[in-house]
Design a binder for this molecule. Structure first.
Ligand SMILES: Cc1ncc(COP(=O)(O)O)c(C=O)c1O
Length: 374
């Protein structure tokens, strides 16, 4: 029997398949026509079928933010994976080494000699090397070490460590990705990324091979994508988009529209006893709440969503352009896609009203198991 949106228990995560496909193809085409490799970030969707589609469309591999994300990709047959987060837990490092013994295309990011030593010690069999990227701090001060000489010294250490192979540099600038206004974003990104390009040149003039410089984000893909020295784009949010990105503004206007929102939360009106508002079955457990703005209703104007507790949302009926009744189902574009996906176990992938796929979101208990065993 055909499943439709009407059959789905709410709140539920909905993906608009034609919009998703358009987003995927647009980014893949951009990378291809600009001579860049595409290495999308798994952290946005945590979903193997979606990762497979990205590979089908030409991605060279994927990024993962965690060891379980890396593991789920590798065990699903996607072996060219870069772990973008530096690690220090011996258990996690040992686990990565076990995966790397099985597959020669794994890479990890490091930002400290101690991590290089730990990875080197873990790669004991000598059968395969683990690829290593030097994580550069190009201004976020989150992870990474300073470009220039500190990066050169760490790269030399990697190159001299048996079991490890220097693959290149990672330069992610989260502080560039959400700068409002395209011109300002461009200035910011070009300035910080220049330090990454200089560092790449420095390593190469010192005899080190730097085949990869990985960076960029959904906000800067068409800025960093113009940089000659950047070899690959590690973009994430473009698949789903969200209100946060839309508000940053695009090249041609105040709304960023290169990619369209493909992700919504489907909700039901569960109480409708007031003229001023109705109550929905989706509250702070249904949407990530890290942004200062609310989910936005799709297909209905003149209403405002407000959080109304763990399980509920209040939909203010300002000047609704249609009647909203008990039992009605409404969709909302999410403020921030990655952490919203992380709240769900599956996504309903729809074409219009029809559910074409139910895609699993990777099991978070895997991370807990790994931590316990590490
Ligand atoms: C290391 C790294 N690379 C790439 C990305 C992808 O960024 P976006 O989702 O803005 O495209 C992120 C996002 O947080 C990240 O942390």
């Amino acid at each position: 029997m055909e499943l439709t949106k009407h059959d789905i228990a709410t709140p539920a995560l909905i993906v608009d398949l034609p919009v998703l496909e358009r987003n995927l193809v647009t980014m893949a085409e951009f990378a291809r026509t600009h001579g860049k490799q595409l290495r999308p970030h798994m952290k946005t969707h945590k979903c193997v079928p979606l990762a497979r589609r990205q590979i089908e469309l030409g991605a060279v591999g994927l990024c993962s933010a965690t060891v379980p994300e890396m593991e789920v990709l590798v065990t699903s047959g996607i072996s060219n994976v870069l772990l973008t987060s530096p690690l220090t837990s011996p258990g996690k490092i040992a686990h990565v080494a076990t995966l790397a013994e099985r597959c020669s295309t794994l890479m990890v990011a490091v930002d400290h000699p101690k991590q290089v030593e730990m990875y080197g010690d873990a790669m004991t069999s000598g059968a395969r090397d683990l690829g290593v990227m030097i994580d550069l701090d190009v201004g976020d001060h989150r992870t990474g070490l300073l470009p220039g000489k500190p990066a050169l010294e760490l790269a030399r250490l990697v190159a001299d460590t048996p079991g490890l192979r220097l693959r290149g540099l990672q330069a992610y600038s989260g502080s560039s990705s959400h700068v409002e206004g395209f011109a300002q974003r461009r200035n910011h990104s070009l300035k910080v990324m220049a330090r990454a390009i200089e560092t790449r040149d420095l390593l190469e003039t010192n005899g080190l091979s730097v085949p990869i410089l990985s960076g960029g984000s959904t906000g800067t893909y068409n800025i960093d994508g113009e940089l000659e020295g950047l070899t690959e784009l590690q973009v994430g949010s473009y698949v789903f988009m969200d209100l946060d990105y839309q508000r940053t503004g695009g090249r041609d206007g105040s709304v960023y529209e290169d990619f369209q929102p493909a992700l919504t939360v489907l909700t039901t009106v569960v109480s409708a006893n007031h003229r001023s508002h109705v109550t929905l079955d989706a509250g702070v457990k249904a949407f990530a709440t890290d942004q200062p703005f609310a989910p936005q209703a799709r297909h209905v104007q003149g209403v405002t969503y407000e959080f109304f507790g763990d399980e509920f949302g209040r939909l203010r009926l300002d000047e609704p352009d249609r009647e909203i009744r008990l039992g009605d189902r409404l969709e909302f574009v999410v403020p921030h896609c990655d952490p919203t996906v992380n709240l769900y176990e599956q996504m309903y992938v729809c074409r219009g009203e029809r559910v074409e796929h139910i895609w699993p979101i990777m099991n978070r208990s895997a991370a807990v198991r790994l931590e316990a065993s590490g």
